[in-house]
Design a protein around this ligand. Structure first.
Ligand code: ATP
Length: 199
């Protein structure tokens, strides 16, 4: 699996639809300060479900929408699509190419799509779980993050190894199952109460 393409429209400094094609191997993005290099990696994290405006260097989520410049009016929505080569079927979908899209409108409405089909954020999170690509995963290391990883708490470091070893999805399913069990136990208690009230 590798990132083949990213398309940004109305996202941060990318007012017009901008498409970047990647090939296998190493790609370096170079450009003057403030030209939008980091906005590309922000775009990648955003599609993968980043929910923190602060970590995308904004005050709120609408700040990711192109806000206008001296020569251009602001736009009404921001959209980013990532296309991944999935010939090796690392992503559990029967497609050789997978495109994930996130779109947000000024009124706060937001949409997620997998291969143009609307989906939930959860579907995107689960799709990338244990692949190392998720928004919290180790494949995107932001400025200053290396130092943070080296000095961070051992539990946080363990999280990185858990993602790499592919057990995060099982931990997440275990958590969901435990929550369901708890809810069921609470429902049972409630039923017992009702039964004893009726007796
Ligand atoms: P450096 O090399 O200094 O790290 P960079 O190439 O990584 O810079 P970015 O930080 O990606 O640059 O881009 C910053 C630019 O993006 C700034 O000019 C900023 O005004 C612009 N920008 C960020 N958000 C928006 C937005 N919502 N609308 C318009 N422009 C934006």
């Amino acid at each position: 699996m590798f990132l083949k393409r990213i398309e940004l429209t109305g996202f941060k400094s990318f007012a017009d639809r901008t498409e970047l094609e990647f090939v296998r191997g190493i790609t370096a993005v170079v450009g003057p300060n403030g030209s939008g290099k980091s906005n590309i990696s922000d775009g990648i994290r955003w599609v993968l479900g980043e929910q923190s405006a602060k970590s995308l260097r904004g005050g709120n989520m609408q700040d990711i929408i192109f806000a206008g410049s001296d020569s251009r009016k602001a736009v009404n929505f921001g959209e980013v699509s990532l296309t991944l080569d999935n010939m090796d079927k690392v992503l559990p979908l029967d497609f050789s190419e997978v495109t994930v899209t996130r779109r947000v409108h000024r009124n706060g409405e937001s949409e997620y799509l997998i291969n143009k089909q609307p989906c939930r954020l959860k579907d995107i999170t689960e799709l990338f779980m244990d692949t190392g690509i998720g928004r919290e995963a180790y494949s995107i290391i932001g400025q200053g993050r290396i130092e943070e990883i080296l000095s961070t708490r051992s539990e946080d470091r363990r999280g990185i190894f858990e993602e790499a070893s592919g057990i995060v999805k099982y931990k997440s399913r275990k958590k969901e199952a435990q929550k369901k069990l708890e809810d069921t136990e609470n429902n049972l208690l409630r039923i017992h109460d009702l039964v004893s009230e009726l007796k």
